[in-house]
Design a protein around this ligand. Structure first.
Ligand code: CAA
Length: 339
């Protein structure tokens, strides 16, 4: 659901609550105040409604984050029955999950089985309160060379529509924990899209990014035309999507697609270190911060700024905000409880 829809939905809900409690929605109250300027009353009441809306939304975010299951589900950390991925939990505090795409003969082409396993592992780590961040990586030759062309080649239009083809790829973007893509080798088509669904991309020196679908007579279908354009701007994204040309790691860093280029053999270790650094903070506040940054992609600047401000205000209802500031004042490290 778009942010605008969520906002209008919340507005309707808020007005409905007002009516239920025998208050009137802002617009009708304003109409009844004939002694005042109608428009100024309306504006003041609208502002009050919007402010409450954002408070309600921000508070519900804090509550939802705090409701994370307390029981750790760590099956994915040691699951050896995967066919297309490998999983492990690592880091000094054993709080960073590494998911490795493991279909080397097909350059990690993203077949249905692989995407289902990836979703399962992500859901599991997403619920695991001991996991602070997730690293998603592939092999040295390929992060992923795209959707599995051989598997999807026989698809018909009606099958794509009726089966909602690629809809189940969205788990990565839905995961509330931070995900770092560690990209070595090819990240093409769905592989590039998968990396862009993650929150941060680190690239190995030989990484290559591209959206070559045009050469197959199709277009990117898992966010390439949208996320790439937002990440690197229209001209460059258009050039990549219309030509199918790849860019290398250095260029990807220059245009802001990746945040760092690292020697290939150190890539995963550096991504894990990044996950560990994130893991030193409150996971509750990390989740709110991730949601706030992501909101920048979903809405206008004004609405995004309001969302950020209310979420910032909402952090003042958390124990971790109190502890973080207290620890600074007392010149000691903060002890976060994720509450
Ligand atoms: N799907 C299925 N199989 C793939 C694949 C893919 N996307 N990419 C590579 N493979 C397979 C090859 O068929 C080959 O298998 P066989 O040994 O059985 O023939 C094996 O992986 C090794 O590949 P190559 O021999 O081609 O390796 P290479 O080093 O010569 O070339 C490459 C590497 C440039 C990445 C090349 O494999 C390639 O161009 N792959 C396709 C890239 C692509 O077009 N991706 C977009 C897919 S469409 C999509 O992703 C839609 C979407 O938006 C979701």
């Amino acid at each position: 659901m778009t942010y605008a829809l969520r906002i209008s939905g919340l507005r309707l809900f808020f007005d409905a609550v007002l009516v239920h409690h025998q208050f009137q929605p802002a617009s009708s109250i304003a109409r009844s105040h004939s002694t005042h300027s109608c428009s100024s009353v309306l504006i003041v009441l609208e502002m009050a409604n919007i402010a409450k809306l954002f408070t309600v939304r921000a508070q519900s975010l804090v509550q939802a984050a705090a409701r994370q299951p307390q029981v750790a589900t760590r099956f994915a950390s040691s699951n050896s029955s995967w066919e297309y991925i490998k999983t492990e939990v690592t880091g000094e505090k054993q709080n960073v999950a590494v998911i490795t795409l493991n279909r080397p003969k097909a350059l990690n082409a993203l077949c249905n089985g692989l995407m289902m396993e990836l979703s399962t592992a992500l859901k599991s780590y997403g619920k695991d309160k001991n996991i602070a961040a997730i690293v998603l990586t592939g092999s040295e030759k390929a992060f992923a060379a795209g959707a599995d062309i051989k598997e999807m080649a026989p698809n018909t239009y009606s099958q794509c529509i009726q089966g909602n083809f690629l809809n189940d790829w969205t788990e990565v973007a839905r995961t509330q924990k931070p995900i770092i893509a560690a990209v070595n080798g090819y990240a093409l088509g769905g592989g590039c899209e998968l990396a862009m669904m993650c929150d941060i991309i680190y690239a190995g020196e030989k990484a290559k990014f591209g959206q070559p679908e045009i050469a197959l007579g199709t277009i990117p279908g898992a966010g390439g035309t949208q996320r790439l354009t937002r990440a690197i701007g229209k001209s460059k994204a258009m050039e990549m999507c219309l030509t199918g040309n790849m860019i290398n790691a250095q260029e990807a860093e220059k245009v802001g697609l990746v945040s760092k280029v690292i020697p290939a053999d150190q890539l995963v270790a550096e991504a894990v270190k990044l996950g560990e650094k994130i893991g030193t903070h409150s996971s509750l506040i990390v989740q709110l911060c991730k949601e706030s940054v992501n909101t920048a992609y979903e809405t206008t600047l004004q609405e995004g700024l309001k969302f950020e401000r209310r979420t910032f205000h909402a952090t003042f209802s958390t124990a971790d905000r109190k502890e973080g500031m207290q620890a600074f004042v007392e010149k000691r490290p903060a002890k976060f409880t994720n509450e």
